[in-house]
Write a protein that binds this ligand. Structure first.
Ligand SMILES: [Ca+2]
Length: 322
């Protein structure tokens, strides 16, 4: 495992979606055969109206932006996160690609959003593997905020999706669960958890051939959570940490960013670690975690609800072009 730090600063972030344009259908000329021509014209107009409605529906259901770089597809699905119960949103991978990792983001500040879970999901394709995109379960507090779910996808490799079921006690403490790749020659590009909102991720990171998630149960009953590792053959994968770690002061939101080394410039996953073994982690909230601001870095925003000031750092999973 390589621990790299680099200084290269990035390009722009995720591009905006290109709206699709539809050709104008030709309207037939009215000639002497009046009635049937008028009927044909009416039919053409109806078909055009139908096409417009259809294109609006398609645009509405597919409004995820996709940026390509190095053989990877970076998907951004934007939405408004409303306060209340937990909301789960998906960033779907483009057809014939498989998800390597993902994240989520929102424009809120300290205490506005709880990022409970993020995980690879199985869509309605015929395959049963959870390779179709990334989902995040978020909870907004107080006010609506712009938010997004992110997925990193590729068709160049076929990941294995390892998972275990973790039983988390309702003690509010961090419960670390490690999921090893099988075989161990694969690299953990992504990982996360799926479960009830009362349990939330407080750390999540790649250890090379395994992914580890820290979970804290803030409810009053034992809960089961599924923990995932996305494992792929990425020969030149490296891991980059934010160095030195930053201090996360209590009752504040702290940003940490890890940048890929120029020799492995494509970020393909990322996560977050916190120092120490006291109960700080159980009171941490991963407010946001996603690729960016360039496609060579990974950023994490952590809300510290504990009365201690741990050091934290983002960890990026990086690759050459595939
Ligand atoms: Ca699938």
């Amino acid at each position: 495992m390589l621990i790299d730090r680099l200084l290269e600063n990035g390009r722009d972030r995720m591009g905006a979606m290109q709206p699709s344009h539809h050709g104008q259908g030709r309207v037939g000329c009215l000639t002497s055969r009046g009635a049937s021509s008028r009927a044909r014209l009416r039919l053409v107009l109806i078909l055009q109206a139908f096409a417009l409605v259809l294109s609006a529906v398609v645009a509405g259901s597919a409004n995820a932006a996709v940026e390509s770089s190095g053989g990877f597809k970076y998907v951004t699905k934007e939405f408004t996160l409303r306060p209340g119960g937990p909301t789960t949103k998906a960033a779907p991978c483009p057809k014939r690609t498989h998800v390597l990792s993902g994240g989520h983001y929102n424009s809120g500040g300290f205490g506005d959003v709880i990022g409970a879970h993020a995980y690879p999901y199985d869509g309605d394709d015929r395959g049963k593997t959870p390779d179709d995109g990334w989902k995040a379960q978020l909870r907004g507090i107080g006010v609506p905020v712009p938010a997004s779910v992110h997925a990193v996808c590729t068709k160049r490799v076929f990941p294995e999706y390892a998972k275990v079921t973790d039983t988390v006690l309702p003690d509010g403490q961090e419960d670390l669960r490690e999921v090893a790749c099988d075989p161990l020659s694969l690299e953990a590009t992504g990982g996360g958890s799926r479960g009830p909102a009362l349990v939330r991720e407080v750390e999540t990171w790649s250890g090379g051939d395994r992914w580890t998630v820290g979970l804290a149960n803030h409810g009053d009953a034992v809960k089961e959570v599924t923990v995932f590792a996305v494992c792929a053959e990425v020969p030149a994968m490296t891991i980059a940490d934010d160095s030195p770690p930053v201090t996360a002061n209590e009752d504040q939101q702290t940003l940490t960013e890890a940048e890929c080394h120029p020799t492995t410039p494509h970020v393909i996953g990322g996560g977050f670690l916190s120092s120490g073994s006291d109960n700080t982690q159980g009171l941490a909230v991963i407010a946001a975690t996603r690729p960016g601001p360039s496609l060579s870095s990974w950023r994490v925003w952590m809300d510290n609800h504990a009365e201690t000031n741990p050091t934290i750092f983002a960890r990026a999973v990086c690759s050459t072009p595939l």
